[in-house]
Design a protein around this ligand. Structure first.
Ligand code: PGA
Length: 257
């Protein structure tokens, strides 16, 4: 696991965008796994800037989003479908046919989830998966107690997640209780996982995820089992890490071989 510590949110976002841009220069038809939430907004802004100012091309890119609330149509302003259009897709030249966000209105959720997994397989698997981390240590909506081998499925949100996400809704009771989410097992099959976290509020959870034991109680800790993970943090989110100085040294002294 490579841990990169940047001074602030803007630097964290730029570093993440650079990694994605380098992948697209190498592989223009890359399959990107994308995340929602407040964390990746700066990353998406930077990708939009790179598209507009530097011609970063998304025309052949295929995308799969991690999750979606059950019961919210794509037109709902708190749905993750809406979020992705609003923060990224409408500003870049991605082909809408290549975009996949789970359908929160699927009539048969189980069948939909199987279809979603098949689509990922048909696309050749996810090359790079962007991830945030929830206050309860979740990746996607894999709440504490989720199997670390789980696949795309319906998940019931924890009280902590509902409280965390209530800031985006008129009131807490409007936050959906259920979601469709890629499983931890699905995420671990991505070629490269790129997790971002910012702010002091995430420091304790980040420490548990990257320096604590691998446990289904902090599903982000399953990333320790993946051979290619990059974690990019701002200083406050990194503040509780035991090996903080080591990670910085490693990053600043990469051998040139
Ligand atoms: P946030 O959510 O980016 O809004 O903090 C992260 C998550 O729940 O995965």
């Amino acid at each position: 696991m490579e841990v990169i510590i940047k001074a602030d949110y803007a630097e964290m976002s730029k570093e993440a965008a650079k990694i994605i841009a380098n992948l697209l220069y190498e592989k223009p038809n890359a399959v990107l796994g994308l995340a929602t939430g407040s964390t990746p907004i700066g990353l998406y802004k930077e990708l939009v800037r790179m598209h507009k100012e530097e011609g970063l091309d998304f025309s052949k890119v295929v995308t799969f989003n991690l999750d979606e609330y059950i019961g919210l149509p794509a037109t709902h302003d708190q749905s993750y479908n809406y979020f992705m259009n609003d923060n990224l897709f409408k500003y870049i030249n991605v082909n809408p046919e290549n975009v996949h966000v789970p359908n929160g209105m699927a009539r048969d959720v189980e069948k939909f989830c199987e279809w979603y997994e098949d689509e990922i397989d048909k696309a050749g698997g996810i090359d790079l998966q962007v991830l945030g981390i929830g206050g309860d240590g979740h990746i996607a909506f894999n709440e504490p107690g989720s199997s670390l081998a789980s696949r795309t499925r319906m998940k019931t949100l924890t009280e902590e997640t509902i409280v965390d996400n209530a800031r985006f809704f008129a009131n807490k009771d409007d936050v959906p209780r259920y979601a469709i989410t890629m499983g931890v097992g699905t995420i671990l099959e991505a070629g490269h996982c790129l997790m971002l976290a910012n702010g002091e509020k995430k420091a304790g959870t980040v420490k548990k995820a990257i320096e604590g034991p691998v446990t289904q109680m902090v599903t982000a800790s399953a990333l320790q089992l993946h051979p290619q993970v990059t974690v990019i943090l701002d200083e406050p989110a990194a503040s509780k890490l035991e090996l903080k100085d080591y990670y910085k040294w490693v990053y600043n002294n990469k051998p040139k071989c």
